[in-house]
Write a protein that binds this ligand. Sequence first.
Ligand code: ADP
Ligand code: ZN
Length: 771
Amino acid sequence: MADHQPSLFDDDPQPWDLDDRDEQLVATIVFPTGPPGEFDYTVPQHLRDLLEPGRRVNAPLGRGNRLLDGYCIRLETKPAGRRRLKPIKSVIDKKRLLSPSMLRLTEWIAERYLCELPQVLKAVVPAGVRQKAGTRKATLLAPVADLDKRLKDGRLKDGQLKTIELSDKQAAVLKVLREFGQPMTPAQLARMAGCTQSPINTLRKKGLITARAGRVYTGKIAESNVTPEQNLTLNADQQKVLDAILESLNSRRHKTLLVHGVTGSGKTEVYIQAIQEVVGFGRQAIVLVPEISLTPQTLSRFQSRFPRVAVLHSHLTDAERHWHWQQIADGNVQVVVGARSAIFAPVPNLGLIVLDEEHESTFKQEIAPRYHARDVAIARSKAEEVPLVLGSATPSLDSFHRATTGEFQLLEMPRRVRNLPLPAVDTIDLRQQIHSRSSRGSISRHLHAAMVEALRDGGQVILLLNRRGYSTHIQCPACGHVVECPHCEIALTHHRSDDTALCHYCDHTIPAPSECPQCTFSGIRFSGQGTQRLEAEVKARFPNVPCLRMDSDTMRGRGSHQKALDAFRQGKVRILLGTQMIAKGLDFPNVTLVGVINADTALHLPDFRAAERTFQLVTQVAGRTGRGDRGGRVLVQTFSPDHPAIVAAARHDYAAFTATELPIRKMLSYPPFSTMLRFVIRGPSEETTRQFAEHLAETLKQSIDHHQATARLLGPAPAPFAKLRGRYRFQIQLQGPNADLLRAVTRAATAGLTPPDEVQWIVDVDPLEML
Ligand code: ADP
Ligand code: ZN
């Protein structure tokens, strides 16, 4: 029987283990706060039942055996090799933070975007969850499992069976605890039962209440109180799209459906009804929207149809984020609505992903891991074999191209709901305005007249100007000197509220100069229109009309965005002016006029997507009007009325735009006809930075030759923003038809690459930011 005596220490080798001595359980760990790479450890016997991939462990690292927290990403039985592995010290999580499929997704992201797995893990599991934010250790009480039996049978006391007598207080406590249905802390229980700790302690002594150590949430979560609403009856276009989504759902196979639906075609209603189907199966849906669309308006549309919606936005505290995450992981949430990172929501039984406004560049993260939520959504929905719905009035050329090649299924919603017409769009040629000198400021005579008319008829007006500040340019007419940021070599913008000149990249601020800093000429000129100046002009032209400016200067405070939109909805504000912030997603039936002050602000940027961005912006802002019975019109001021992007936007003609733009991309081998990788190298010394950029380009070139890859290498060249925040910037572009090969080329070229001190480099796969 000696064999069956428990050993003193659980990790002592057990006699029955000896035969397998050359086999051992190996855990592969990555350390988010440690060096990159994967590290193997043995799992001591006593931890075997506690460990699974996706939980975190504490393990010694390096020569000094520093103890670090890391994720277990694999668990395998392997032959014990010659190398002795260190054992794991402890297991941190009682539940895994990542399911096997989410682990595979993180590995896919690291591979796809050429970044390190620890970086991806950091993005996937929110900090609040890792730190168990908003929770504290507590004793959790629950009734014993066989409470009724115990009460009936009584218990042994002094060798005699005695019935258990309960005082009124004790009976009340037990009743509260049973009815609550979940473990409670002693304080919670006492409060709800209206008693002291004493009856609770007595019940514990009598063995009727069990206690265990656990964690409880400390914070309070805001509850939504939206009134439930009925479904709308879908029109034929909506029904067709819903049917296509349902067909894909029911086939239980992945498919990506691209819904091209004009502004106001009722896409959201279709998403909602598709999600109802999913929820009916007991599954969950993830809805991704741009951060800017996380308005109460969007949210209440979901909250009015589903009782359990979780909203993930960037203003959540760590504690709130943790709470949501846990609720989602426990399957208590039907619909997760959130920005980019909500694609990592740990729903246990995913049924559908919707990604609305799929053309928005905010779906791409601009810091490592530089993932695009759309591509992650494709990977996740493929792995979990569920449909993915992409929606937009102006699909990205990338997605549109993938629809024409058959990778996505294209679904069209070419009409607005209730047969509302799309608004008429007229362009106003700013070149003629300059010559005729018929108007001053940035509002042309035409636009002014249209505003007067719209306001007179009781309508509301939206004015778009995609530049904040007062004057965007401060220049000396005598010597030509332009006042620039010393750290960024970018023109400073004049902000009149505090009479400063401000760098929009690094916030470097100086008092607005009254004379030329170079030649001291006193007539230095402030030119270029920003939203502040436009606001002043509107107030001067329409002194009695309430007007509100929305840009990142006025919308700093938490909730200010909501407040502004509420005021506009209630009609307290008649003219809403601002940057692209006002161009998106808003649905205000009383807006009868949209004016675009200058459609060209993005048209001439050194970015191959400049035309696409311009087309999207003008089409989207035009879509904010004509949503009610009063109709609506759009006036677009531009110096380039003949530019295909502007002509197409004025006609609401997406097909015409793709027909001119796609051949240009093809001719130049730009995405979507190739994959692009962009390297940015930066450092405080121009020379050292350039030299390293040249070295990197040379290494890449050799790697291209070595891989016999079809690839075009451009650069190094100074980036369009050649100096930012005091650091010189160079870029290299790598383009080619085979994305995997380009990644292999890059991996080989950059393995072991060490830049000189203070020089940094990054690689951006499928970059959206080109400046
Ligand atoms: P999109 O997202 O395509 O721009 P929305 O989903 O915002 O369009 O819909 C625009 C408006 O039309 C919303 O106010 C919505 O409530 C309404 N709507 C949607 N579907 C219908 C329908 N079938 N019948 C009547 N109104 C509808
Ligand atoms: Zn600057």
